[in-house]
Design a protein around this ligand. Structure first.
Ligand code: PRT
Ligand code: ZN
Length: 283
């Protein structure tokens, strides 16, 4: 049995549970409480506030956690970052009132900066050789300049919309973050084996993201040119069709290259092109 801590309510909860679901680890939603058991995997789920997750994993009350890297950095918890999860992307940035001119990090010298991330900020200021007055605020950091509580803010930014609507502009990005899977140091062999099994499944899910399965009929004399357009994991599958002079070609393509490749394949004479959802990729 291994225990994972995930955010109970918030931006990362849905995606964390969805990833486990995709990996075939089902947790009964109706039983969502402080501690729940997976139905068909040796896993317990501990639902917590995100701020508490790094510490709980460091202390060993949970073996694993899914949390924003920003929280790991802020708490300074001594844990291993095992994987980036590919969701919850954001950055920790400094922002100032938009009408002010920004000259560089020295701008912040002697200024009041409101933040919920005092440790990450203090480290960055030290590295820049700047002394500022850090004001720790737990919520609504973005309104503090307008409220006269601070001269600048250091906060999470994703689209940047919140900054704009509060008359602020982003001037320094200090940390890029996304959800990460963390593990406590020194897992025993049995728990490591369960973690490896989870990672194998998570990787298959992440590998399939942004990819499509494509198949088509193509004149046999065009196959070698089509293969150049469609490199697959090893190489595309080519099968002769009952109709003479035609083959069926199967491969995996990156979604962002899909339309370009389809156009080039059509130009070669490809017909009956099917594009299918790819559920898992196991290398
Ligand atoms: O209750 P609990 O303590 O568990 O949750 P929380 O309120 O502290 O965290 P939550 O659910 O808001 O965020 C959890 C994690 O999601 C964060 O620690 C980040 O790793 C990640 N994340 C990704 C974000 C954002 N994007 C995000 N946009 N966390 C917060 N925001 C907020 C930000 O604070 C700001 O107010 O959204 C606003 C900015 O968004 P834009 O799009 O307007 O720039
Ligand atoms: Zn929080």
């Amino acid at each position: 049995m291994i225990r994972i801590a995930i955010q109970s309510k918030g931006r990362l909860s849905e995606d964390s549970l969805a990833l486990m679901g995709e990996a075939g680890i089902r947790i009964d939603e109706f039983k969502r409480k402080f501690l729940a058991r997976a139905v068909d995997f040796p896993l317990e789920v501990l639902y917590l506030r995100d701020d508490d997750i790094p510490g709980v994993v460091e202390s060993g009350s949970a073996d694993l956690g899914i949390v924003g890297f920003n929280e790991v950095a802020e708490t300074g918890a001594d844990v291993t970052v095992v994987r980036k999860m590919g969701f919850g992307g954001c950055r920790l940035s400094l922002a100032i009132p938009k009408e002010q001119e920004y000259s560089g990090p020295q701008f912040f010298s002697g200024k009041r900066i409101a933040t919920s991330y005092p440790n990450v900020l203090a480290k960055w200021l030290r590295e820049q050789g700047v002394e500022a007055d850090i004001r720790q605020i737990m919520g609504s950091v973005e309104i503090s300049p307008a409220a006269g509580i601070a001269d600048a803010i250091f906060d999470i930014v994703s689209s940047g919309g919140t900054l704009v609507s509060n008359g602020l502009k982003e001037v320094e990005t200090v940390l890029h973050s996304e959800a990460v899977l963390i593990a406590r140091k020194g897992l025993d062999e049995a728990k490591q084996a369960i973690l490896d099994k989870m990672l194998f499944r998570f990787d298959a899910v992440t590998e399939s993201e942004g990819k499509k399965y494509i198949l088509m009929n193509i004149p046999t004399d065009k196959v070698s040119e089509a293969v150049k357009i469609l490199p697959a994991m090893r190489s595309p599958t080519v099968m002769p069709l009952a109709a003479e002079g035609w083959c069926s070609l199967h491969s995996v393509v990156l979604e962002r290259e899909l339309w370009d490749k389809i156009e080039r394949l059509k130009a070669l004479g490809a017909e009956g092109i099917l594009v299918l959802h790819l559920d898992k990729v196991i290398d």
